[in-house]
Write a protein that binds this ligand. Structure first.
Ligand code: NAD
Length: 284
């Protein structure tokens, strides 16, 4: 569970990865899915929902820091699928900021699982900032590399192995549309992901590969809680300004990824972004 001294976690629900009421229906049967950052928060929930829908799951994690998350995610996927996928799941340690690492991840997935049908770019990083001046070049570089460069790198290398009917889902954020007063460089990367998703969909339309995005609202995950030095007073109000007046849970976001990844559900959609955000109205 997320922990940070000084924050009253009991005010907030714990992250919930799976809705016990969810009824899977083989929407991704036999598809090989690669999910970056698939061991934590929204990505973990996506890993679980994809496995429940019959996909063979490969996910990345950060070695050392996230070994326990990786173990728990692997164990749960195995319990959920009871080995019915035949192959996988596999967990791949990496740092997505660098192209050579992304290429190695793709090579490993293709080597072990035979291809890639679904790519979910989910790994993300943010650091709290109140002023423009406090943003350093290092922090900009880390945020842009993690949140947008990695999308380019993963897609560039995965494409060689993605056949007609494959699907790419990128992770944007409500802050790309709405703006924010506390993560300036992060929101800039999320805006870039929206534009990237729209343009990439047009580049790939003739190859019959769909590209869509999900732009979650405030979701209760470790990104918000333990990373990025978000002050307790900001966390205490997290999610209170959306119409539903609460943060969402990862399990309320993962079904949007299933929908966009599945040709059964969204074969006539590309270049689009879904907005599971608690009711915030999006313009543009
Ligand atoms: P999280 O912290 O649980 O997950 C982030 C994931 O990114 C982790 O698995 C981590 O390993 C991975 N990651 C970070 N830096 C990496 C690096 N350099 N190399 C490899 N992996 C790296 O947080 P989350 O909220 O589940 O975030 C998942 C995605 O959802 C992110 O793209 C985030 O921007 C987006 N998002 C989150 C919220 C929210 O409120 N939590 C809202 C909108 C969008």
């Amino acid at each position: 569970q997320p922990q940070q001294p000084g924050v009253e976690y009991l005010m907030h629900p714990r992250p919930v990865s799976i809705d016990p009421e969810y009824q899977p229906s083989n929407k991704l049967q036999g598809k090989v899915a690669l999910i970056t950052g698939g061991d934590s928060g929204i990505g973990r929930s996506v890993s679980y929902y994809f496995a429940l829908e019959g996909a063979v799951v490969a996910f990345t994690y950060v070695a050392g820091i996230e070994d326990k998350d990786k173990d728990e995610t692997l164990k749960t996927i195995k319990e959920l699928t009871k080995g019915r996928c035949g192959k996988g799941p596999i967990a791949i340690p990496t740092d997505v900021r660098f192209e050579e690492n992304c290429k190695k991840v793709v090579d490993q997935v293709v080597g072990e699982l035979g291809g890639i049908d679904i790519l979910v770019n989910n790994a993300g990083y943010q650091h709290f900032n109140r002023t423009v001046e406090e943003i350093t070049e290092d922090r900009l570089e880390r945020t842009f590399r993690t949140n947008i460069f990695a999308h380019f790198f993963m897609i560039k290398h995965a494409l060689a192995h993605m056949k007609e009917g494959s699907s790419i889902v990128n992770t944007a954020s409500v802050v790309a549309y709405q703006g924010t007063s506390w993560v300036l460089e992060y929101s800039s990367t999320k805006g870039a992901i929206v534009a990237f998703t729209r343009s990439l969909s047009q580049f790939l339309v003739d190859r019959k590969i769909r590209v869509n995005g999900v732009a979650p609202g405030p979701i209760w995950t470790p990104l918000e809680v333990s990373a990025g030095a978000v002050p307790p007073e900001v966390l205490a109000t997290f999610g209170s300004d959306v119409p539903m007046k609460r943060p969402g849970q990862p399990c309320e976001i993962a079904p949007s990824f299933v929908f966009l990844a599945s040709n059964q559900m969204s074969s006539y959609m590309t270049g689009q972004v879904l907005h599971p955000n608690g009711g915030t109205i999006i313009n543009g």
